[in-house]
Write a protein that binds this ligand. Sequence first.
Ligand SMILES: Nc1nc2c(c(=O)[nH]1)N[C@H]1C(S)=C(S)[C@@H](COP(=O)(O)OP(=O)(O)OC[C@H]3O[C@@H](n4cnc5c(=O)[nH]c(N)nc54)[C@H](O)[C@@H]3O)O[C@H]1N2
Ligand SMILES: Nc1nc2c(c(=O)[nH]1)N[C@H]1C(S)=C(S)[C@@H](COP(=O)(O)OP(=O)(O)OC[C@H]3O[C@@H](n4cnc5c(=O)[nH]c(N)nc54)[C@H](O)[C@@H]3O)O[C@H]1N2
Ligand code: SF4
Ligand SMILES: [Mo]
Length: 807
Amino acid sequence: MSTPAPEATVTRATCPYCGTGCGVLIESRQGRIIQVKGDPQHPANFGRLCTKGSTLHLTAADHVSRQARLLTPMARATRGAEPTPLSWDTALEQAADRFARIIREHGPQAVGFYGSGQLLTEDYYVLNKLVKGLIGTNNLDTNSRLCMSSAVAGYKATLGADAPPACYDDFQHAQTLFIVGANTAWAHPILFRRIEDARKANPEMKLIVADPRRTETADMADLFLPIRPGTDVALFHGMLNVLISEGLTDPDYIARHTQGFEALATLVQDWTPQQAAATCGIPVDDLVLAARWMGSHTPSLSLYCQGLNQSSRGTDKNAALINLHLATGQIGKPGAGPFSLTGQPNAMGGREVGGMANLLSAHRDLANPAHREEVAALWGVDEVPAQPGLTAVEMFEAAARGEIKALWIACTNPAQSLPDQATVRGALARAEFVVVQEAFATTATCAHADLLLPATTWGEKDGTVTNSERRISRVRPAAGPSGEARHDWFIFTDFGRRLEARLPDRTARYRAGTRTLFPYTSPESVWNEHRESTRGRDLDITGLSYALLDSAGPQQWPMPQGAAQGTARLYTDGVFPTADGRARFAAMPYEPVAEAQDAAYPFSLNTGRLRDQWHGMSRTGTLGRLFGHVSEPVVEVNPQDLARLGLQDGALVSVRSRRGEVIVPAQANDGMAEGQAYIAMHWGAEYLGGADADGLPRQGVNALTQPRFCPTSKQPELKHAAVRIEPATLPWRLTALVWLPADQALAVREALKPLMTAFPFASCVPFGREGDETGPGSRVGVLFRAAAATAADEALLARLLALMGLA
Ligand SMILES: Nc1nc2c(c(=O)[nH]1)N[C@H]1C(S)=C(S)[C@@H](COP(=O)(O)OP(=O)(O)OC[C@H]3O[C@@H](n4cnc5c(=O)[nH]c(N)nc54)[C@H](O)[C@@H]3O)O[C@H]1N2
Ligand SMILES: Nc1nc2c(c(=O)[nH]1)N[C@H]1C(S)=C(S)[C@@H](COP(=O)(O)OP(=O)(O)OC[C@H]3O[C@@H](n4cnc5c(=O)[nH]c(N)nc54)[C@H](O)[C@@H]3O)O[C@H]1N2
Ligand code: SF4
Ligand SMILES: [Mo]
C-alpha cells in the first residue's frame, strides 16, 4: 500500500471478472472507491486492464449501489410478493429453522446448495464444509459445472490430476499456438494482448484457431479451421493420424511417460485426414497443416475454453486434445502443453477446495474411501457422505420434481444462466424455500427468492482467488460493505453455527474435541485450514501464507513447505500424479452433438460471450458505456440464410427450440457459417423480454438451450441446440429512448422491466452515456423496444412513457 495524494488510499486487489486474474490497484478516498488501475507488479497483467476491468470503479459508485445493489436482508411472505426488509438475525434464524426442519423431515438429500466460481476460496471452503461436513449431503454444486467441469474431468482422465500444467509465460515461448473453442480476444482480453506481444516478438510463431464462428480471435489466425459444431474430437483424431503417419510423434516420450498409446493409435487409423476433414467440414490440407505445425513447429501450446467444455462430449474433447500433447511430448516444458483457460476468477479455487458434488477438499475424490476419511479427520467429523451429490442440471431437475425442497443459491444467477429455463423456473417455483445470497438486487433469480441475503462484492471483499495459471492472489477491500451486506464466508459461518444448534444428530457425529465446524474469525483463519488440507497433495500450498502473499506477491501452486516460490510449470520431469507415474491416453470415439439439426429445427444455435459484458450483467449492465460495443440483443446468422428466409438485416425473428422461444432482431454476419445461429449468453430475461401467446414471460437465451450433458463431467451442451428461425409478424413497433441522469437511469430501467411482459417482444437496455457516468451530472440512455401484432393499449403506453419521463 502507498499513498499518492494525501487523502487517497491505494489497495492491491484482483479483478472480479475473468480467470486471467488481473491485479488491480483500487484508489479510494474516505472509504469510497474513486479509481481503478492495472497493477504493474501483478504477473498476470503487468498493469494492463481490459474494458471491463478498467471500469470497475464506476460500478462501485454510490449511485450504482443505491439503484442496483441488494442492501438489506429481505423476505417475501409469498412468492411474487414484494420482498420486505428484515434483520440479519431474523433472516438467519428463519433460514436455519427451515433448513433444519426440511433436513429432519426429509433427510439431508432434500436440500441443495448452488454456488459459484466467483466466490473466494475462503467463501467456498466454508460452504463446502457446511454442506458435506455438517449437513451430510454432497448436494453442493456450482456454476463451474457449466464452465470448467469438462476440463477437470479431461485433465484427471489423462494427466491424473486437475491441474493446468502451463503458465502465461509460455505464450512467449510457443512456436505454435492452437486456440480451440475459445474467443480469447473477447473472453480473456489481457491474455490476448500477451499473445499479440508474443507474436510481435516472434514473427515465426503460428496461430491456429478452430471455432465454428469467425471470431475476432479467428481473424488473427495464420490458419483458421471453421469446424462444424461439436466435431473437435474428429479434428484431434485426424491430426493425430497425420502426426503418426508423418513420424511427428515422440516415441521416446510415449514409451517412458505414458500408457495406452496402442489402443489410441488403432482408433485413429480410421480417422484419415480425408475422413476427419470431411466430418469437420474443413479443407484436408488445412487439417494436415495444423497437425504439422503442432508436431514440428514446436514448442506447441493449446488454449481452450467453452467450445470444448460446454459439450455433451466435453471430457472426450478435452482428453483428445491432451492426447496430441502427450503423443508429441509437447508438455512440461516452456511453450508447450494443453492449457485450459479458466472462465471465472476463482473457478480454480473452487476446484481446490473440492466445492462440487463429486469432489472433496484439496483435489480429493468423493468416490475414494481413503480420501473421505482424510477429509473427515481434518474436519473432525465421523464421516463425509459417500453418495455423490446432484450436479447443477440434476439439482434443478430434482427440485422441479419436488425432491429438493430447499435451495440455497449463492453468487450465481441460475434463472439466467442454466440451460432449459422452463425446468429451472419450475424448480424455483416448486421448491418450498429458496435462499438467494446476492450482491445485486436486479437478477432474474432474486425474483424467485423467499429470502434474499445481501453479500459484499468486489471492492469490499477480503480473501484469495486462483487464476488460470494456478496463481493465488489476494483480494483486498478498499471500501466497507454497502448497506448491510456481509461477506459470504461470514454468512455461511453464521448460518452454520445456527444450524449446528438445531441438528444435534449431526453434531453427535463430531469427533471428540470438535465443538464447532465453524470457528472462523477472519478469511485468513479459513484459508489456513484450507492450506493444511493440501499438505502432501498435488496442489500443496503449505509453504504459502497471507503474509507471504503480501510480501512476495501472487504465487503459483504447488508451493510446499520450504519452497522459496511457487511452481511455473508442472510435469517437467515427465512424472504424472497417477499410480504408476504415467499419463494416460484416452481412446474415445467421436460422437456428434446431442441434438442434431433436422427439418423441423434446421439451425444449430451457438451461444457465448460479448467483449464488454459479464454473464447476467448485474455489474457490467450498470454502465451505459459497456453497451457501446454491442448495444442490443440480436441473433446472428449468415447473410445467405437471412436472404433465404426473406428477411432484411434487423428484422424481428422467432427463434424456437424444442424447449422454448425468444423473439429477437436478426443480424447478418458473414462470420457465421450457413445453418448456424449465435445469441450472446448475456441476454437473459433481465434485458430480452416479451411474453408468449399464453402471456407467460419469455426467459431469455437459455429458454432455448438444452440440459443434455457430458456423461463424465455432467457439463451441459450450452453451445449447441437445434432451433428454427422464422419471421415474427409483429407489425406494431415501439422504440423509446430517453437520456436520464446517471443516478436515475438504472432505477427507471428496473421499473420498466415488468412492462416487457406486456408485449410479445420487448427489450430494455442502458444505451450509451453522455458525460463520464460518475455522478448526477452525466446521463445514461435507457432504450425500450417492443413489438406486437396490434397496437398496445393507451393505458399501457401512458404508463411506459410516464416511467420514462416522456409523458
Ligand atoms: N467479456 C467476457 N469475458 C468473459 C466472460 C464474460 O461473461 N464476458 N466469462 C468468463 C467465463 S465464466 C468463461 S467460461 C469464459 C468463456 O470463454 P470462451 O470459451 O473463450 O468464450 P465463449 O464465447 O463462451 O465461447 C468460445 C467459442 O467457442 C466456440 N464454439 C462453439 N461451439 C464450438 C465447438 O463445437 N467447437 C469449437 N472448437 N468451438 C466452439 C464459440 O463459437 C465461441 O467463439 O469467458 C470468461 N471471460
Ligand atoms: N447459453 C449459455 N449459458 C451459459 C453459458 C454459455 O456460454 N451459454 N456459460 C455458462 C458459464 S461458463 C458460466 S460461468 C455461467 C455464469 O452464470 P452465472 O453464475 O449465473 O453468472 P453471473 O451473472 O456472473 O452470476 C454471478 C452472480 O453473483 C453476484 N455476485 C457478484 N459478486 C458477488 C459476491 O461477492 N457474493 C455473492 N453472493 N454474489 C455476488 C452477481 O451479482 C451475479 O448475479 O453461465 C453459464 N451459462
Ligand atoms: S482480462 Fe479479465 S481479469 Fe483482466 S481486466 Fe479484463 S476481465 Fe479483468
Ligand atoms: Mo464460465
